[in-house]
Design a protein around this ligand. Structure first.
Ligand code: FES
Length: 63
């Protein structure tokens, strides 16, 4: 499913980037361009980051 229509980026691409270490919205903005045009996808990008953080609490507790 497309999350960022402006840059044609899917949720799978965002999850893959997060799993490869792009762990902030700024990182995702830079690597995929999400949120850099109209910004309407920013809440969904944040949600994907929050879901990832919730699944990996130990990593984020020490970050
Ligand atoms: Fe992502 Fe427009 S939908 S910047």
């Amino acid at each position: 499913m497309y999350v960022c229509v402006c840059k044609a980026v899917t949720d799978k691409q965002i999850k893959s980037a997060i799993n490869n270490g792009y762990c902030s919205r700024k990182d995702l903005n830079e690597c995929l361009g999400v949120g850099t045009v109209c910004g309407k996808c920013s809440p969904q990008v944040k949600q994907l980051l929050d879901e990832h953080r919730a699944q990996t609490p130990i990593m984020w507790a020490t970050a």
